[in-house]
Write a protein that binds this ligand. Sequence first.
Ligand SMILES: CC(C)(COP(=O)(O)OP(=O)(O)OC[C@H]1O[C@@H](n2cnc3c(N)ncnc32)[C@H](O)[C@@H]1OP(=O)(O)O)[C@@H](O)C(=O)NCCC(=O)NCCS
Length: 159
Amino acid sequence: MKYLDVEIRPMLDSDLPQVMEIENLCFLHPYKEKDILYELHENPVSTVLVIEYTAKSFGLKQIVGFVDYWITFDSGTICQIAVHPDIQREGVGSELMREVLNDARAKKVNTLTLEVRASNEKAINFYKKHGFYVVVTKPHYYDNGEDALYMMTEVNKNG
Ligand SMILES: CC(C)(COP(=O)(O)OP(=O)(O)OC[C@H]1O[C@@H](n2cnc3c(N)ncnc32)[C@H](O)[C@@H]1OP(=O)(O)O)[C@@H](O)C(=O)NCCC(=O)NCCS
């Protein structure tokens, strides 16, 4: 982009306020700060990446999305992916997903899985666009009784 630098990089502690803002805007039952910090520092299998825009002329920086995923040997799970609502459907989530898929390929991961609320049509469309398919419905998976769709992609057939 002409006026913006776009960078995807590992999350830092100093990103927490902006990540929490996106978390709270995007999820019905958001993670708390301590949950994100657990993913950053204690969970041995997690990777948390942020996507940051920098306005070249001003040097202003803004985190616009993040993804938290787990890789265990040859399989991976997308735990959370979120884009600031002001900038959704502009390709930001897809940039993050491509990064996850590239990392998974580099680490010889065979399959990536995830759970998504059955009512979350935009996320389901998003995942389908990135090669995920529904394996099974998990009935009453969430606290409010909502079903989850368990989705999967074979990393090497994807892309
Ligand atoms: C799901 C999410 C990460 C997608 O990120 P995004 O940056 O908006 O997605 P993109 O712009 O890269 O869209 C890629 C594709 O996803 C699908 N999609 C995205 N937003 C959509 C919407 N509002 N309605 C229908 N399909 C949608 C489309 O297939 C889209 O491709 P297209 O624009 O060419 O039709 C974002 O909507 C989000 O943060 N949602 C809230 C958090 C959430 O539900 N996360 C997933 C559960 S963990």
